[in-house]
Design a protein around this ligand. Structure first.
Ligand SMILES: Nc1ncnc2c1ncn2[C@@H]1O[C@H](COP(=O)(O)OP(=O)(O)O)[C@@H](O)[C@H]1O
Ligand SMILES: [Mg+2]
Length: 216
């Protein structure tokens, strides 16, 4: 394995390093560093062979809230055979976010383009310019009314198609040069999921609350 990956032994478990190594053969050359680290996942900047930027979202197998994951995966007809083994659940969760990103983009919702997934690692388009686009919570839109219409329109569009983001908040929207990009799609489900209506209402309420705090 490349020397370069060995320095990450302090940060990632061996399985994850192997997964990153395998993905690197096809999709990237070097690891740029963390964009954000957290209990459940880390988001890393990667550089491609051409010098472009992409992002890896790396789910943590040991510290993931797997009761929560189970709740969302259990009723999902795309994952009918998923057991309760922690590792497999996290892998399914990763695949779920990858597929949800495709679904959202197919519906015309602005979200990072998914590139690949393997085990607990999801590769996607980097949203940003020199630095990552800021989170809308800390970098609210200059024209909140315009965003309100856009985002409520996205929720309606997805509802018509029988899909819901499920964790929509000002923390999961990036403000990319005044364009909202919706991220963090792992919880999204289709209409056949028992939580569909509840999540839809929660997403709408979160947006109503946030936009009214911005004076809309
Ligand atoms: N595609 C991306 N491009 C740029 N930054 C990103 C991207 N995806 C995630 N991030 C950054 O990583 C943070 C965490 O990502 P998110 O998907 O919301 O994971 P979490 O489950 O930890 O909330 C985001 O708030 C954002 O700052
Ligand atoms: Mg998030």
């Amino acid at each position: 394995m490349k020397e370069e990956f060995k320095v990450y032994q302090k940060v990632f478990d061996n399985r994850t390093i192997m997964t990153l190594y395998q993905l690197s053969k096809k999709y990237f050359r070097t690891i740029g560093g963390p964009i954000k680290t957290g209990k459940e996942s880390d988001v890393y900047l990667l550089y491609t062979k051409e010098g472009g930027k992409i992002v890896a979202k790396i789910y943590k197998i040991e510290t993931s809230n797997f009761r929560n994951m189970w709740k969302y995966i259990k009723g999902d007809s795309r994952f009918p055979y998923i057991g309760k083994e922690k590792k497999k659940l996290v892998y399914a969760w990763t695949e779920k976010e990858f597929r949800n990103l495709w679904t959202a983009r197919r519906m015309g919702i602005p979200a990072p383009e998914p590139i690949a997934f393997k085990n607990n690692v999801l590769l996607m388009e980097f949203i940003g310019d020199d630095s990552p686009a800021p989170i809308a919570k800390y970098h609210p839109p200059k024209d909140p009314k315009r965003w309100y219409k856009l985002i409520m329109g996205y929720i309606d569009k997805m509802e018509k198609e029988g899909f819901v983001h499920g964790d929509l908040s000002e923390f999961n929207i990036l403000n990319w040069n005044e364009k909202p990009i919706l991220i963090d799609w792992s919880q999204s489900v289709f209409r056949d999921h028992p939580l569909f209506e509840e999540l839809l209402e929660r997403d709408r309420n979160n947006m109503e609350r946030w936009f009214s705090s911005l004076g809309v």
